[in-house]
Design a binder for this molecule. Structure first.
Ligand SMILES: [Zn+2]
Length: 86
């Protein structure tokens, strides 16, 4: 009986590991999709810290950085996101 429960326990463990691995796979897929959607959303939906209005996002003159511009406040700030970021 002890042997049976030991075997049963190890099978449960294996099944548990499989489930955990599967969940991690789903979680990482969800994370990747969320990052792909969220990063561009974040990039183009920057609120002005001064007036709270939506800003215009554009590349700087060197085309390597993203800047957010607020027309009302006439300020621009670096979003600290390189254009080469994937
Ligand atoms: Zn503003």
């Amino acid at each position: 009986m002890a042997v049976v429960s030991a075997v049963g326990g190890s099978l449960l463990c294996k099944k548990g590991f499989f489930v955990v691995g599967h969940d991690l796979q789903i979680a990482s897929s969800v994370f990747v999709v969320a990052a792909l959607v969220y990063l561009p959303y974040q990039l183009f939906n920057v609120k002005c810290p001064k007036c709270g209005m939506k800003t215009r996002t554009e590349k700087d003159l060197t085309q390597s950085r993203w800047l957010a511009n607020c027309n009302d406040c006439n300020i621009a700030w670096d979003l600290e996101m390189g254009a080469n970021r994937k």
